[in-house]
Design a protein around this ligand. Structure first.
Ligand code: BGC
Length: 741
């Protein structure tokens, strides 16, 4: 539609190869070749020299508070053998220690749909960790968001295994810029915080393999993490860290994972022998004395208890040797053996801030943008065109909010928003959010000196309405605090009852009231997960900024004023209400995944219903067109999809090409699945030819092994998961068995 007329084809071909291949190739991973091979040879030689005591020292942490540099976990080194000590630190959105750069949350990063950015994040975080003296970063959360009320949703990478898997694989690859251990966690089905230490996730093989494990499989095979952290919860009746089927059969044997499995932090292991035999290789936080309970009354399991189990033969010596070998192999492969971390130094704050800004700019999602009577969209604001703006709520005068728990990053220079509940802190419930000193209001003011900005905190509804009435436009900020250990009661924007520590009023009521009286209303959300929007039809524009990090206020202003074109896409579906979720309520003890594959967008597709905002949705200030794809067969059951993308609007921007497959009915799949994606920057009128190679595994279903179904598969290409707008082409596939088991 007009695209041909306007476009000039640049002739540049972008090749995107999804490197994930079938399980067969993986099962045959040859650890004796390449980098792993060299690392393995050196590790084996070193293992030969170790005493039993030294071996035991390497398979458990030294307890809470043992890291001399403030890490959350610590494995003592062995100077005699030049094995360095390992201090681990959480690093989901940056190193969780004062001085580090708070980046946007991992869910925000997922909203960028930009694997290159994820690589850059991996590199950036690894450099900061290294500068701060750490050897391992624990920032690889990849549990799929089946339940958006999960308190840790902001730490994860969305609801789809291909998006999450590729984003984490990129992040881990990025880590390799410095010697640093990278993790993928929490293996597996740690999908809620309610009863997190014990809850039993009960699931059938097919959704387990096609959704929840598939995300890990992609991250493990493409990203090659050093560590996989096993989860607190049970999977089909076995604690994850005691689950031999998950750890040994699938992760280590089937996927060929050469690294080590680390337990989540206490209460992940109940039974020393079961965990060791199942394949767990390191206990955290561990202790120097298994027979002396820690401050929480808990005893560790992989020190004296493990020594006794080996002595009595209930854990084979070869298993202990394997635990150590796996760690040494990763220490060599990562470069840490040859180049251990130095004493902590200071990070470059301004470089960190620049980077945090870039991530935030790439991840903000424009959800709604009405076109006004003057036929101009509400956003972006034009500098000269705005006489007055009312900025309301969300502490927009002070900064931006972030999520809580191990994935938080402390503000560098202290809190800018006071907690409303005296005495509360991150360990208490209610807990206080961290806020970063990046004021959206200040950033907006700086952009438009001629505009009159009026700020109202939102605490006084009448004052807010009065401000809104007087202004050309009202921008209402709404925030949602989400944290580890606690699931949300609902997806409603929190108020002073549901989050008394961080909210002073009913945010939904404020937005409704402002929208009823303002000339135009823009809502800016800073949230850790999806939220419901009862006021949606009454507001003119909505921006989802997630937890946008240390320069979040700047990034929000950049998008509002059009200095940055919004290019984020939802990494999870936003439901109309909680009733649409797979489970009515989050329950303790036993959670049955009886929705099977009907999770996230797959659920809406199968039930033929519409969510509030679809997975993959995100608007831009420019417009893009896609040509119909051409689909060809390649070798080994792979296919190649080729299409053209054109920027048919007037501004530069970036679009995410999303490739979905609809398998033949005989496959019993949901109506579509994401099989590939790529983000492309395009100048106005620029067109690019894109070619994406899609491995057969992306088209396979689990039938006691991976199988590509026979028949016509339809390939859809577009800028969202709404296939009404997508271009399509069929391809006839032959049945193909991919797995050898
Ligand atoms: C979390 C992990 C985290 C660890 C160390 C646990 O409670 O589940 O994600 O890495 O603590 O802080």
């Amino acid at each position: 539609m007009g695209s041909r007329k306007h476009s000039h084809f640049t002739g540049l071909l972008i090749l995107v190869a999804a490197t994930f291949s079938s399980s067969i190739a993986v099962a045959n991973t040859d650890e004796s070749s390449g980098l792993d091979g060299a690392a393995n040879t050196r590790a084996e030689a070193l293992l030969e020299k170790m005493t039993q005591e030294e071996k035991l020292l390497l398979v458990h942490g030294a307890g809470w508070g043992a890291s001399p540099i403030g890490g959350i976990g610590y494995v003592a080194g062995i100077p005699r053998l030049r094995i360095p000590a390992i201090s681990y630190l959480d690093s989901a959105a940056g190193p969780n220690i004062k001085g580090a750069t708070p980046l946007p949350s991992p869910l925000a990063l997922a909203a960028s749909w930009d694997v290159d950015l994820s690589v850059a994040v991996g590199g950036h975080v690894a450099r900061e960790l290294r500068t701060l003296g750490f050897a391992g970063g624990l920032g690889g959360g990849i549990n799929l968001i089946r339940e958006p009320r999960n308190g840790r949703s902001f730490e994860y990478l969305g609801e789809d295994p291909v998006l999450a898997g590729e984003m984490l694989a990129g992040r881990i690859r990025g880590t390799r810029v410095v010697p640093m251990l990278a993790v993928a966690k929490h293996f597996a089905l740690n999908d809620q915080e309610t009863d997190r230490f014990a809850v039993n996730a009960v699931i059938q093989d097919r959704p387990l393999r096609e959704l929840y494990l598939r995300a890990f499989e992609i991250a493990v095979i493409e990203g090659r993490p050093d560590i996989v952290m096993c989860a607190y919860n049970q999977v089909n009746g076995e604690k994850s860290c005691e689950n031999k089927h998950l750890i040994t059969d699938i992760l280590k044997r089937e996927w060929g994972f050469p690294g080590y499995v680390q337990s989540d932090w206490s209460l992940a292991i109940n039974d020393t022998v079961k965990a060791a035999v199942a394949g767990t290789d390191e206990e955290q936080p561990g202790s120097l004395n298994d027979d002396k309970p820690d401050q929480f009354g808990l005893s560790s399991k992989f020190n004296q208890s493990l020594a006794r189990a080996v002595q009595h033969g209930s854990v084979a010596q070869s298993r202990l040797d394997d635990m150590v070998l796996r760690k040494l192999r990763m220490l060599y492969r990562s470069g840490l053996m040859d180049s251990p971390p130095a004493a902590p130094g200071r990070i470059d704050e301004s470089a960190g801030d620049q980077f945090a800004l870039r991530v935030a700019q790439d991840s903000i999602v424009l959800l709604k943008n009405d076109v006004g009577a003057d036929r101009a969209p509400v956003l972006p604001f034009t500098r000269g065109g705005l006489g007055s703006v009312a900025v309301i709520g969300g502490h927009a005068d002070a900064g931006v909010i972030s999520g809580g728990g191990s994935a938080q990053v402390p503000p560098r220079h202290g809190e800018v928003v006071a907690c409303r509940t005296p005495g509360a802190n991150i360990l208490t419930i209610p807990a206080c959010a961290n806020w970063y000193a990046s004021s959206p209001l200040a950033a907006m003011r700086a952009k438009s000196p001629g505009t009159k900005f009026i700020y109202s905190s939102g605490d006084d509804l009448n004052e807010a309405i009065a401000a809104a009435e007087k202004a050309d436009v009202a921008v209402v900020f709404a925030t949602q605090y989400v944290m580890e250990q606690r699931d949300l009661p609902s997806l409603s924007l929190p108020d002073n009852r549901t989050d008394p520590a961080n909210q002073g009023y009913d945010q939904n009521a404020l937005i409704e009231a402002v929208a009823a009286r303002a000339k135009r209303t823009v809502v800016v959300l800073e949230t850790g997960t999806a939220v419901t929007m009862p006021w949606l039809s009454k507001v003119n524009a909505v921006l989802e900024a997630w937890y946008p990090g240390n320069r979040g206020g700047q990034a929000i202003a950049d998008v509002l004023f059009g200095d940055v074109d919004p290019s984020g896409k939802l990494p999870l579906t936003f439901p109309n209400s909680e009733k649409e979720l797979p489970q009515a309520q989050i329950t303790p003890s036993r959670v049955v995944y009886d929705e099977g594959l009907l999770m996230g967008y797959r659920r809406y597709d199968a039930l033929r219903t519409k969510p509030l905002f679809a997975f993959g949705h995100g608007l831009s200030y420019t417009r893009f067109a896609f040509s119909a794809p051409q689909v060809r067969k390649g070798g080994n059951g792979d296919i190649t999809v080729r299409f053209r993308m054109t920027n048919v609007g007037k501004r530069a921007g970036a679009e995410v090409a999303q490739v979905y497959a609809a398998l033949p009915a005989s496959a019993g799949d949901t109506p579509k699945r994401l099989v590939a994606f790529t983000k492309v920057n395009l100048r106005p009128n620029e067109a690019r030819q894109i070619e994406i190679s899609i491995p057969a595994a992306r088209l396979a279903v689990w039938k006691d092994g991976w199988e590509v179904p026979e028949g016509e598969t339809k390939i859809f290409v577009g800028g969202s998961s709404d296939l009404r707008d997508a271009k399509t082409a069929p391809i006839l596939l032959q049945a193909l068995r991919l797995s050898s088991n």
